[in-house]
Design a protein around this ligand. Structure first.
Ligand code: ADP
Length: 320
């Protein structure tokens, strides 16, 4: 659906994108994360043709964006909806008019506009507020209207630039749920830039980590979080917990469906203490993360062998 190769972009002779390589599959929700200033928004603007790039290749829906003239670019951009952190609504216009606006610009007839707007207002759950002014809505409601407006031209791709970042946790969650439903029911590919890990974990299938203008790591969300590459640690920080100074400490991550009762098995078989344990919900699975303390150093090898025998490869001995 989206193919990006060796993409480069400069601002005022500073290279911001330094050779981005990324493939995004149709129908997926794809998360792009990275520190502030890494180039995420710039990349998103290149994908929807708002920003020109200097070199490399960028194909969206089978279209090589660089080859488009101004008119073709405008046509292309109808197929790409976009939502932003601060909604970008016309604050003095009604919910209805905000959603109708793109179609009015493209001279759709009134009946078509009315049908589509009413349908979308229903999809985003704003039917009751149809005639309210955008400025009188809460943040979560504004983002719902912005999503409906982004869908008005029936796009194949929805780009989201920090769409949940300005919302409180409850509204953020309901917007995530809405994006997830839209992706499922309409089959729209969603590419979202965020700095919120909970968003990536809850609704993304695949993800990429951008660091200093390049894609450092990419893949299936759960696998990236299980493998914990350095690029991810750079964003998350090394969440240090107080570890026992004697014995050996091992951090183990596993998919719940792979190996249930990992902890029980370890406790039954070995002389170990549980130092920390969390289970986290991801879009497609549950991941367990446990830190154990192997009381007797000599048991370390046996524990490692045992983990391998039950197909748990993602563990590390801390402090080594
Ligand atoms: P991110 O979304 O990862 O926070 P951005 O893509 O917004 O990063 O910005 C990457 C870098 O490019 C930043 O240093 C930013 O200041 C710079 N930048 C972004 N847009 C422009 C612009 N229009 N003109 C000049 N510099 C820009």
């Amino acid at each position: 659906m989206i193919k990006i190769a060796a993409l480069k972009k400069q601002y005022n002779s500073t290279e911001i994108l330094k050779g981005i390589d990324l493939d995004i599959d149709k129908g997926k929700i794809f998360g792009i994360i990275g520190r502030s200033g890494a180039g995420k928004s710039t990349l998103l603007r290149c994908i929807n043709g708002l920003e020109k790039y200097d070199s490399g290749y960028l194909e969206v829906n089978g279209i090589d964006i660089k080859k488009l003239n101004e008119k073709e670019l405008r046509m292309f951009r109808r197929d790409v909806g976009m939502i932003f952190q601060h909604f970008s609504l016309i604050t003095r216009a009604s919910v209805y008019d905000n959603i109708a606006f793109p179609m009015q610009c493209w001279h759709y007839n009134k009946k078509e506009i009315d049908e589509r707007v009413r349908y979308l207002i229903d999809v985003v759950g704003m039917y009751e507020k149809m005639n309210n002014l955008a400025r009188d809505l809460s943040g979560g409601q504004k983002q719902r209207v912005a999503i409906a407006r982004a869908l008005s031209m029936n796009p194949k791709i929805l780009l989201s630039d920090e769409a949940t970042s300005a919302l409180d946790p409850k509204n953020s969650e309901s917007i995530m749920e809405l994006l997830n439903n839209i992706n499922k029911s309409m089959g729209i590919t969603v590419v979202l830039v965020t700095h919120q890990m909970n968003v990536v974990k809850a609704i993304c299938d695949d993800m990429a980590i951008i660091e200093d203008g390049i894609v450092k790591d990419k893949g299936i969300v759960e696998e990236i979080f299980i493998n914990q590459p350095a690029s991810l640690i750079n964003i998350l920080g090394d969440n240090k917990i107080l570890l026992p100074s004697s014995g050996k400490n091992i951090e183990i991550m596993y998919k719940k469906d792979d190996s249930n009762n990992v902890i029980e098995k370890l406790i039954r078989k070995f002389n170990v203490n549980i130092i920390d344990f969390i289970m986290e919900d991801y879009k497609n699975c549950i991941i367990g993360k446990v830190i154990i303390n192997v009381i007797n150093n000599n048991d370390l090898k046996k524990v490692e062998e045992y983990l391998k025998s039950i197909n748990i490869e993602n563990y590390k001995v801390l402090g080594e």
